[in-house]
Write a protein that binds this ligand. Sequence first.
Ligand code: 1GP
Length: 234
Amino acid sequence: MSPSFYNSWRHVFKLDPDRPIDDTALEAVCTSGTDAILVGGSTGLTFDNTVDLLSRIRRYELPCALELSDPAAGVPGFDGYFIPMVLNTKCAEWLIGHHVEAIRDFGHIMPWDSIAGQAYLVLNGNSTVAQLTQADTNISQAEALAYSQVADRLWHVPVLYIEYSGAFGDMALVRRIRESLKQAHLFYGGGIDGPERARQAAEAADTVVIGNIVYHNLDAALATVRAVNHSIKE
Ligand code: 1GP
């Protein structure tokens, strides 16, 4: 059985160890009623900045998981770990290459009982993650559905992450993808700038990820918690 520490999460804040957040803002985020904190970022993750952020989050009683995109930032002590792979990358290393190297070197010490594979479908071509991983974002809806089904039905990846980082996505597509899934849990992230978009995303996906707005408009970010809690998944 795959670990399912994330199954009940409807709302999460994603914090980037490479971006400063002061104690007051961190306290507001961690006591907001969100279901969990996801630690991750496309660039600049190190062991030191990750352990520093984890130790600050640990002052509060909420689950905290790490998106482990670089083994160098493999800090122990998180409640769960996601290992991302990019479905629509043009470079095999982002789909499987980095993973093979990491497991070759660290597989014997990895906490497999708390690790979940996370298949990313990256759909905003202007995002850092799309450029870093050379994601093919110029795909049709039928192809987006097909990528999702490869992850869900063929590979049985437990988490599918529709990633529009920096832009608000097509919620009709997100909803269609969720309806097509047989077993995967669906994360949505990208461009949620306040309660209205948070509600729309929560109606379409299982878990809604709030990132950037935490650093630009904390009040708007905090207001997304209530919006998601009051939404009904369609
Ligand atoms: C980024 O999906 C998350 O990985 C959240 O996106 O920063 O646009 O909220 P935003």
